[in-house]
Design a protein around this ligand. Sequence first.
Ligand SMILES: C[S@@+](CC[C@H](N)C(=O)[O-])C[C@H]1O[C@@H](n2cnc3c(N)ncnc32)[C@H](O)[C@@H]1O
Length: 411
Amino acid sequence: MSDSTANMASPTVSPLVSQLIQHIQQQPQQRITFADYMDWVLYQPGGYYSDRPGIGPTATPQGQTAGDFVTSPHLCADFGELLAVQLIEMWERLDRPEPFQIVEMGAGHGLLAVDILRYLSREAPDMVLDYQILERSPGLQRSQQQQLKTGLDPQLLENVHWQTWEDLSDQSITGCFLSNELVDAFPVHLVEVQGAERQLLELYVQCNDAGFGWVLGELSQAALAEYFERFALPLEAYAEGYRTEVNLAAQSWMEQVARKLKRGYCLTIDYGYKAERYYQASRRGGTLQCYFRHRFHDDPLVNVGKQDITAHVNFTALEQWGEAAGLETLGFTQQGLFLMALGLGDRLQSLASDATDIRAVGHMMHRREQLHGLMNPMGLGNFGVLLQAKGLRDHERSHPLQGLVVPPLGG
Ligand SMILES: C[S@@+](CC[C@H](N)C(=O)[O-])C[C@H]1O[C@@H](n2cnc3c(N)ncnc32)[C@H](O)[C@@H]1O
């Protein structure tokens, strides 16, 4: 049992915790998969994402918010602006469709949307744009609406619509599906390798008066065993107790994107690896991490509903599932390289020549720090960037997209 969970008998447990206990107790074996638990504590009413999660810095310049983690759009507008450079090239490759549709999935507090929309209205005024947001959290939808209302001209705001997956017809989107740190927030199954025969078991969550705890059991679905076969993961090479995650929700998501896309691209940015690196034998504890006020740890059974829980993304799986569903893999790269290819290096270089007095030097240092943050190989710069496409004509794929062209050394 997890020792730091609130005492379940205490009258002070939150409504989320008491409903979750009830849900667990109603199950035939009084246990739920970790994926079910993660879905509850992140997305059900009272869950981490249900209201206004702490995405952002520890404190604003006014000293207000206390965020839990920072994503690229929260670092600076350059991230969204450089993605917009890539979107303009996509629009041109597709022969400037009217409208060019951008579907942002999991838009957080809406900062990325504001930065992209502002840049596009400035740099591609001829683009007839339809910007759709798919957001699971009602609290974040409200936050996005507020952010876009204050950050955009009313005219630009008219191009933005909040949708659900059900609102989108199959084969209806011509443009680009886009996400940053979406897939790592999907609920994952946890599995563990046990015994001399290296049997694959699943971790379930149960509860008693002391708190939530773990119990091992048989796999809840055959898809979990099939996943290990499909990606040729070497169970026999894993040590006893090897624990990892399987993100089956990512498969349904990839299939939805492929179905809804008529012609265009899917751009996915997230932390993660190709399968062989993700599931290497030395990564014995998996990649599950919890974020609480800019500290991370690996116990998802504490701070219930108050902390973010994430797992890295298996980009090989996204590629293969995408291909099986009709998407073509255009390329996989790292965020640092991707943004450099789109002009991050030029932005860095221009900073040096801008600094003419002491205040300008201070500003330049700050900007430099932000830009380096986006490409830091120990952090955001190491994120994976996957580009997939559907329905491209031969001439539209004759040369790689700008973001996939490796910038020359020193350039
Ligand atoms: C880690 S946050 C990233 C937010 C934002 N993209 C950013 O970079 O700051 C994950 C986002 O995905 C949303 N989300 C999770 N599952 C989703 C789903 N199935 N459909 C749409 N949005 C989802 C969450 O509510 C949240 O907005």
